[in-house]
Design a protein. Structure first.
Length: 464
C-alpha cells in the first residue's frame, strides 16, 4: 500500500510540473525548480527506504505509515495545485525591465555601491562569527562546521549576500562581464562560497549556484532554455550528493580520499537512523496525530514575531507565551520524550528536520492541506508579479526561489524567516536607494525599450 501512494505522489508532481510549463512556457516557473526537490524528498527518498526494507529497523510494521503518505499525497498535491493556480503564458513580459526609464551610469554606480556596502557587511559578520567560534582552523577542521554569534542579528548578516548579488546584477545588466566584475560578484558571495566549499554545506552550495544562475539571467535579460535548467538541476544534484558522500571533505582532499561512488549510492540500500529526514517526518506526523499535539499558529507566531525581539528587552519571552521548549530544547518540536517512545518507540535526533508537510501537520493537523495550497499560491503570485511588473519583483522572486530549498527539505519556519529577512531588507534598500521616481534617469530610445512578449518574441527566447 505504501509504494502505490508514493508513486501516485510522484505522478502528481511530474504531471503538475509539466502542466505548469505547458501553460506558461517558462523554464523558471516555480514548479520547474521545486518539482525535482519535491520528487527527491517525497518520492525517491521514501521509495528507496520502503522498497529496500531498510525501514524495518526503525518501523517494524511499515504499513502503519499509510496515514503519513496519505497526508504527504494530499498536501503535496494541494501545493502543486496552488503553484499552477490560474497561471498562463504572459502577453507582456516585464520580468527583466528594471526601471521605466533607461538606467544611467550614475544610477548604475549608485547600485553597485549599495551592493558593495551590503557585501562588506555580510563578509564582516561572517568573519566575526568565525573568530567568535574559535578561528578558521578550529571551525573548518570539522566535517560540518557550525558558526556561533553573541546575537541573532549578527548571525543573519551573511544573508545580505543574496540581495547584494542581485542588486549588483542589475547594475551590470546589459554590460560585458569582465574579470573584475566577476571577481566582485564572487567577493560578495564569499561567506556563502566558503561554507559551501571548505564547510562542505549543501544548503549554501545550492544557494550560491542558484544565485549565480539568477544573476546571469538578470545581466543578460533573458530566460534560459528548459534544457539548460534541467541540465543545471541534474549537475547541481550530483554536486550535492558528492558533498553528502564526502561529509565536507570534497574541498579538503588532504584529509582523506575522495569518494566518487556517490552515483552508486542512489540505488544502494540507504542507512536509516533516528536522524533520517523521512524517519523524523513520519515520527512527527504519527506522534502529533496520536496525542493531538498541534500549535495552531502559536509556534509560528513565536518564530516570526517573538524571536526577533532582543532577549535583553524581553528575557522571558518564550516562557510568557507558553513555549519555553523553544529556548531549552528547540530541536524536539516541543513533544515530550514519553510521547515519542509511546508512539514510535524512539526519539528522533535533535535538530533534524523532515520537510514542510510534517512541519505544517505539527502546526495545523489536517489543516496543513489548505496551508500547503496557500503556499503554492504564494509562489504562483510571486511569479505573476515578477512577469508583469519586473523591477523590485525580479529581486524578490529570485530570492524566494533560491531560499525555497529550506522549505522543501526543512520546514516552513526555516524558509519563511529567511524570506522575511531578505525580502524586507531588499525592499527597504530598494525604496531608499533604487527608486524609479527618485533615481535620475533618461528616457530610453523606443527601439531599446522591451517589446511586448508576443509569439515571435516568445519564439526568440527559445532559440537563444
Amino acid at each position: 500500500m505504501l509504494e502505490p501512494l508514493i508513486l501516485i505522489t510522484g505522478v502528481v508532481i511530474v504531471g503538475m510540473s509539466l502542466y505548469g510549463y505547458m501553460k506558461t512556457k517558462d523554464p523558471l516557473f516555480p514548479l520547474t525548480i521545486l518539482g525535482p526537490m519535491l520528487l527527491y524528498v517525497y518520492v525517491y527518498s521514501p521509495l528507496m527506504r520502503v522498497s529496500t526494507g531498510s525501514l524495518v529497523s526503525v518501523f517494524p510494521d511499515p504499513e502503519r505509515l499509510v496515514p503519513v503518505h496519505v497526508i504527504n499525497f494530499l498536501a503535496v498535491s494541494a501545493f502543486c495545485i496552488g503553484c499552477t493556480w490560474r497561471c498562463r503564458k504572459p502577453r507582456v513580459d516585464n520580468r527583466f525591465t528594471f526601471l521605466r526609464q533607461q538606467l544611467t551610469p550614475r544610477a548604475r554606480k549608485r547600485m553597485a555601491m549599495l551592493a558593495m556596502v551590503l557585501g562588506v557587511i555580510s563578509c564582516a559578520g561572517f568573519a566575526y562569527m568565525v573568530d567568535y567560534s574559535g578561528g578558521w582552523v578550529r571551525v573548518f577542521s570539522r566535517a560540518k562546521p557550525q558558526l556561533m554569534s553573541p546575537s541573532g542579528y549578527i548571525g543573519e548578516m551573511p544573508m545580505l549576500s543574496y540581495p547584494a548579488i542581485f542588486i549588483l546584477a542589475f547594475a551590470f545588466q546589459g554590460r560585458r562581464m569582465t574579470f573584475r566584475r566577476w571577481a566582485l560578484m564572487v567577493a560578495i558571495l564569499l561567506p556563502q562560497i566558503v561554507m559551501a566549499t571548505l564547510g562542505g554545506r549543501r544548503g549554501p552550495m545550492f544557494l550560491v549556484a542558484c544565485s549565480l544562475f539568477g544573476s546571469w539571467c538578470i545581466i543578460h535579460s533573458r530566460r534560459p532554455r528548459l534544457s539548460v535548467v534541467a541540465a543545471g538541476m541534474v549537475a547541481l544534484g550530483c554536486m550535492l550528493l558528492l558533498l553528502q558522500a564526502n561529509r565536507g571533505n570534497l574541498f579538503r582532499p588532504w584529509q582523506e580520499d575522495i569518494d566518487t561512488s556517490f552515483v552508486e549510492q542512489l540505488w544502494s540500500t540507504p542507512e536509516v537512523n533516528y536522524g533520517d529526514e523521512y524517519v523524523v517526518a513520519s515520527a512527527t506526523i504519527l506522534t502529533s496525530a496520536k496525542y493531538m499535539h498541534h500549535y495552531w499558529g502559536t509556534r509560528y507566531f513565536a518564530t516570526f514575531i517573538i524571536r526577533p525581539i532582543p532577549r535583553f528587552i524581553w528575557p522571558t519571552k518564550y516562557e510568557d507565551v507558553g513555549l519555553d521548549w523553544m529556548r531549552t530544547d528547540p530541536g524536539k518540536s516541543g513533544i515530550p520524550t514519553s510521547q515519542w517512545l509511546d508512539t514510535v518507540g524512539f526519539e528522533p535526533a535533535g535538530g533534524a528536520a523532515g520537510g514542510f508537510v510534517a512541519d505544517l501537520f505539527l502546526e495545523f493537523s489536517w489543516g496543513c492541506i489548505g496551508v500547503a495550497f496557500l503556499l503554492g499560491l504564494f509562489f504562483s503570485t510571486a511569479w505573476k508579479r515578477w512577469v508583469n511588473r519586473g523591477g523590485l519583483w525580479t529581486l524578490l522572486y529570485f530570492e524566494i526561489m533560491i531560499l525555497s530549498v529550506h522549505l522543501i527539505v526543512q520546514s516552513l519556519g526555516a524558509w519563511l524567516y529567511r524570506v522575511i529577512l531578505v525580502v524586507v531588507l531588499t525592499t527597504v534598500f530598494w525604496r531608499w536607494n533604487v527608486n524609479d521616481r527618485r533615481m535620475p534617469a533618461r528616457r530610453a530610445h523606443p527601439a531599446l525599450e522591451n517589446p511586448p512578449l508576443r509569439e515571435p518574441v516568445a519564439a526568440s527566447y527559445e532559440t537563444r
